[in-house]
Design a protein around this ligand. Structure first.
Ligand SMILES: [Zn+2]
Ligand SMILES: [Zn+2]
Length: 217
């Protein structure tokens, strides 16, 4: 599976995206993507006022229908789950382990040291596969914090996302994560159809910095 033909962070109408899962998958097939992950938020995560086991089941059924309709593309049943300031994850009805892929994301403004302690705590819990938009809500960045975060991610085999909606500012962190042995994913964070599969800039960044891309499954 070619990671350049992946988009592992897409929101559907089951959270704060506007498109149906069928429309997203059809678009990804047109763009010749080989694998995508529908990663919605579920209440009480930030970005969603919907949740509950019924909604999650309904969404899973829509993913199964899309898999049957478009057998050439792999469609992962994912979730984007909030990393809380104390390093725990926001709850999701039915548990975190029901998903094929979990993106853990900080969705609250933080300085470098609060960010580091939350992400390091979260990385040890065996919940997330990918750290989403690592500096999307970061107000300050210190390289000393980046070093310990990168070490914790590498130790726990957590992949660092290159997010098109929140392009990374702190490239030094990416180089540190690379040097520690981390791998990287492409995620558009699309909320609309025209964002699906838009990862060209982040793929170029991966080339420029020699960041190894992967599909972590
Ligand atoms: Zn997010
Ligand atoms: Zn997102």
């Amino acid at each position: 599976m070619n990671p350049r033909k992946s988009d592992l962070h897409i929101h559907s109408c089951f959270s704060d995206g506007v498109e149906t899962i069928g429309a997203i998958v059809e678009r990804a097939v047109q763009l010749r993507r080989e694998v995508i992950a529908i990663c919605d938020h579920f209440w009480p995560c930030i970005g969603s006022n919907q949740g509950g086991i019924g909604l999650i089941r309904e969404r899973r059924e829509a993913i199964e229908v899309a898999r049957a309709d478009f057998p050439k593309i792999r469609v992962l049943d994912g979730a984007e789950i909030d990393i809380m300031p104390d390093g725990t994850f926001s709850q999701v009805a039915g548990g975190h382990e029901q998903f094929d892929l979990v993106i853990g994301s900080v969705h609250w403004g933080s300085d470098s040291s609060r960010w580091a302690s939350a992400v390091i705590g979260a990385s040890r819990r065996g919940v997330m596969h990918i750290l989403g938009h690592f500096d999307g809500y970061l107000s300050t960045y210190r390289q000393a914090d980046g070093e310990i975060v990168a070490a914790a991610l590498a130790e726990n085999d957590i992949v660092v996302e290159l997010n098109s909606r929140y392009p990374p500012d702190n490239l030094e962190f990416l180089e540190t994560a690379r040097d520690r042995g981390c791998r990287f994913t492409l995620g558009s964070d699309a909320h609309r159809l025209n964002g699906v599969g838009r990862n060209e800039e982040q793929a170029k960044l991966a080339d420029a910095l020699n960041l190894p891309l992967c599909v972590p499954l």
